[in-house]
Design a binder for this molecule. Structure first.
Ligand SMILES: C[S@@+](CC[C@H](N)C(=O)[O-])C[C@H]1O[C@@H](n2cnc3c(N)ncnc32)[C@H](O)[C@@H]1O
Length: 209
């Protein structure tokens, strides 16, 4: 499977917008989580089938992965998960227009593409303008989480989020974990791979203020 696509390529100017929430979720009043760069979709399918207290949306730029995930959704009759194809920045921009402010309760970035070369840093998914847009669609007290096995990328993401002044560092209290978007601490495909290789996972949680 091809690992990296250039999100700045014109090919990705178009997105598949998220429809009204009442059309995609059985109960759209549940707290909403966005997983940005959701890859194969397995993590979200696992989460959504095991935690019916939340609704989930996965954003993914590789259309084939989104189409496969959608087929699995139909087969498994999951009514609290939706996958949207496109560059997450444009998807979130569209989201901002269409949905009430602060509708999103939590957001995750799990193992984003690292884009190691300096000239490619602009292709990294976490950018100041994206964090600003995310802070506008998130409810106060909501959680943003990042994970990576690449220390340099992790530090860059941490710096970008901390500079936004909309988030503070946070550590879940034990009593809060059952109410988070991932109460069973399920792992993404990349995280399972990293753990299997005994590599370090860098992670951090932020609270929207
Ligand atoms: C390394 S994979 C991690 C996948 C998954 N989160 C995991 O932990 O297994 C990064 C994913 O982010 C997607 N991605 C990269 N840039 C993106 C963008 N601008 N918008 C949406 N998805 C993006 C890639 O296509 C890829 O599937």
């Amino acid at each position: 499977m091809r690992q990296h696509v250039n999100p700045l390529s014109k090919v990705f100017n178009n997105i598949e917008p998220v429809p009204p929430l009442k059309d995609i979720f059985y109960d759209y009043s549940k707290p909403l989580h966005l997983d940005i760069g959701c890859g194969s979709g397995s993590f979200l399918i696992n989460l959504a089938s095991n935690n019916k207290n939340w609704n989930y949306i996965g954003f993914e730029i590789r259309e084939k992965l989104v189409n496969k995930s959608k087929l699995r959704l139909k087969d498994e009759s999951i009514d609290n998960l939706f996958f949207a194809f496109g560059n997450a920045e444009y998807l979130i921009e569209d989201f901002q227009w269409k949905f009430p402010e602060e509708i999103v309760a939590s957001v995750s970035f799990n193992f984003p593409d690292p884009w190691f070369k300096k000239k490619h840093h602009k292709r990294r998914i976490i950018q100041p303008q994206l964090i600003c847009k995310i802070s506008q669609i998130m409810s106060k007290g909501g959680y943003l989480s990042i994970k990576s096995d690449v220390e340099e990328l992790f530090e860059y993401m941490d710096m970008t989020i901390s500079n936004s002044k909309s988030f503070i560092n946070y550590i879940y209290q034990d009593c809060e974990v059952s109410n988070t978007y991932n109460p069973m601490n399920l792992k993404t495909n990349r995280e399972k791979y990293v753990i299997g290789k005994k590599l370090k996972v860098f992670e951090k949680i932020y609270k929207k203020i």
